[in-house]
Design a protein. Structure first.
Length: 479
């Protein structure tokens, strides 16, 4: 018992888990899972290029750095509060401690739906990516959903097993995708860029305010979704009070610098004067085209293949996160307690994993029955849910950190900067970004006003639902 208490950083009274998860994750392994959720190659082939074309063009590298700074402000308070959070509920646990049970339940439901929305939507991206890869080698065209039927069970299998196995798979995929992008970046830099040379316009502070900063921020925040999920693996961390802070800071810094430098390299490859128009017209093929130009045909094929593995790794990461949210919420009476039972052998949230698989499968079947385009409709619509949900959660969590430290006696050993100033600045930054996202949400969800309104109503409804559950079921959600 003593060893278990030391490992989790909680005493038996604080742990409601009837069947606790098990694992031995250090900072490096959790960082890998979190960065894999960010899907670096997928970002460079999607949101980063959309930011170049539809956002602020050459100002996109600076946008990534600004968003990194805002999220680091969030992380300061998040990390300071970590030792006082004794359960693996992530957003739910932090918001509950700071703002109360109703807000916590609303945050938990919003987080769960946001992560599962992204996972379900990316299955369409995985299917179409596999089809493009196969046909590029002369293979037959196959319906995207057939690939999903083949590949999604693999995700479920890895999520069902011990977290260590998923971590090893993600490590291989992540190293491969990051390596190929870094090689491309270095080759572009070594060759002095494209026809206009290395980008200088993107280094100007004024570049940030070119074009649409709102859209640029929206695509930037999409690129960071998942970095905060280190706290979800608390029960499986070797020493959560040290591991979670290190993994959170490491993930933020790594992906922030990676995105900024890689986007600058893409701008250098195309040219300052033409990158915005080129990206707007060729966002879906730009990464492959630049890869072929600087790495040859073999390099382009490698990028295309690793793009698929990047999407797969991202889906697996979000599957693991969503499973642990269902496990945690079930452990607090929100869902059936049967979902809060860890696998006796693997120590994984196996039943919760199967529940996530079922929900995402049903979502894809519904999309298929309604004839939705897997990328331009299904993926973008569900991506809109995830993006807005994530930003709202970050904003509320910053407020929860400030509230927790202002009304508690836990400020000893923590500076005013960590407990109030940094999270308050993070709150303002995230609130501004959330407002800009809502303002531009229609563009993110394919230009549909009805879908944009539905997304906002859904997120608001989930938070309200948390207060309703707290009011009607007093025993639910107790830590």
């Amino acid at each position: 018992m003593d060893s278990q208490i030391q490992k989790t950083g909680a005493d038996p009274v604080d742990r409601p888990d009837q069947s606790p998860l098990r694992g031995d994750l250090g900072p490096a392994k959790i960082t890998i899972m979190v960065v894999a959720a960010a899907a670096p190659l997928t970002v460079m082939g999607g949101p980063a290029l959309l930011g170049l074309g539809l956002g602020n063009g050459v100002g996109m590298p600076a946008t990534f750095l600004v968003m990194s700074a805002v999220l680091l402000l969030f992380a300061v308070g998040f990390v300071a509060m970590t030792p006082f959070v004794k359960s693996a509920g992530a957003f739910y646990s932090y918001v509950q401690l700071g703002l109360g049970r109703g807000a916590g339940l609303g945050a938990g439901l919003t987080a769960l739906v946001s992560y599962m929305s992204i996972e379900a939507g990316m299955l369409g991206l995985l299917g179409t990516g596999m089809d493009s890869l196969i046909t590029s080698y002369g293979g037959p065209h196959i319906q995207w959903w057939i690939y999903v039927v083949v590949l999604f069970p693999i995700v479920t299998f890895l999520g069902y097993r011990n977290i260590e196995l998923a971590g090893k798979v993600l490590t291989v995929f992540l190293v491969a995708e990051v390596s190929v992008v870094i090689v491309l970046d270095l080759v572009i830099t070594a060759n002095g860029g494209g026809p206009e040379g290395l980008s200088t316009a993107s280094l100007s502070p004024t570049s940030l305010f070119q074009g649409s900063l709102g859209l640029a921020l929206m695509f930037a925040i999409l690129s960071f979704i998942g970095f905060e999920a280190a706290a979800v693996f608390r029960d499986e961390a070797r020493d959560p009070n040290r591991t979670i802070p290190r993994a959170t800071y490491s993930a933020l810094i790594i992906v922030g610098v990676f995105y900024a430098f890689s986007t600058w390299s893409m701008i250098s490859a195309v040219g300052d004067s033409r990158v915005a128009s080129y990206a707007a017209e060729n966002a879906s093929t730009m990464l492959g085209t630049v890869g072929k130009q600087f790495l040859g045909t073999t390099g382009a094929h490698l990028i295309e293949a690793l793009f698929v593995t990047s999407v797969f790794a991202c889906i697996l990461s979000f599957h693991n996160i969503a499973s642990r949210y269902i496990y945690s919420l079930s452990n607090r009476g929100v869902f059936s307690p049967k979902l809060a039972v860890a696998h006796p052998k693997y120590g994984s949230p196996a039943r919760a994993c199967l529940a996530v698989t079922a929900i995402c499968s049903i979502a894809n079947i519904i999309g298929l029955l309604f004839g939705l385009d897997p990328v331009n409709q299904f993926y973008t619509w569900l991506g809109g849910v995830g993006a807005l949900g994530f930003m709202v959660l970050m904003t509320v969590t910053c407020a929860a950190v400030v509230a927790f430290f202002r009304r508690s006696n836990h400020r000893d050993g923590h500076s005013l900067w960590r407990t109030t100033i940094a999270p308050a600045l993070g709150f303002l930054g995230m609130l501004g970004s959330t407002i800009l996202t809502v303002w531009n949400l229609e563009s993110l969800v394919g230009g549909s006003t009805a879908v944009a309104i539905a997304v906002v109503v859904l997120i608001v409804g989930l938070f309200i639902g948390g207060f309703v559950v707290a009011k009607t079921r007093p025993e639910t959600g107790m830590e």
